[in-house]
Design a protein around this ligand. Structure first.
Ligand SMILES: [Zn+2]
Length: 173
């Protein structure tokens, strides 16, 4: 763990020395899992989480013309939930499950960990959900702190999709 932290510090230092227009982005860690940017979802999020998740969906809708439609628990592409998972070292995760529905292969499960997210402001929660929705598109992690796909451990400072995140989605869809 100590070693990881020192490597991380070194890479952050290196990044700060690079010109600001050089991004260390990773556009895809999962190919293009869905056929288009029109998603169906089912949510069991509690009130303090459903608002920020809705804001994150609105952010992506504005950024890349994605749409998110609430549907029944049976047929959906994204499932949102929150729970106290304890000290897992992740605020939230997105798990890709292979399914074989007619028009797509994946069901993405976005899980919020109340253990860490419980003390966050709603704006910070919006950033966490926005980041996870980036994974739903198929985006991987970046190390530029001014991109939504940077992890909070790596010091993400934005809560909405930025140019680099948008370029990533547009390269996939
Ligand atoms: Zn992530």
């Amino acid at each position: 763990m100590k070693k990881t932290v020192s490597i991380l510090s070194a890479s952050l230092l290196l990044l700060s020395l690079l010109p600001s227009n050089v991004f260390a982005y990773t556009y895809s860690d999962n190919g293009k899992p869905f056929p288009d940017k029109n998603f169906t979802y089912y949510s069991t999020l509690s009130p303090n989480y459903s608002g920020p998740a809705a804001e994150a969906m609105a952010d992506w809708s504005r950024a890349v013309e994605a749409s998110y439609t609430a549907v029944s628990p049976t047929y959906n592409e994204i499932q949102f939930s929150d729970n106290d998972y304890g000290a897992t070292e992740w605020n939230a995760t997105t798990d890709h499950h292979h399914v074989q529905f007619s028009s797509y292969d994946y069901l993405d499960e976005v899980r919020a960990n109340r253990y860490y997210m419980g003390s966050m402001s709603s704006v910070t929660r919006e950033g966490v959900f926005g980041h996870e929705l980036g994974h739903v598109f198929g985006l991987g992690h970046t190390t530029n702190t001014w991109t939504l796909m940077c992890t909070s451990q790596d010091g993400r400072v934005v809560v909405t999709p930025q140019f680099d995140d948008i370029q990533g989605v547009e390269s996939l869809y």
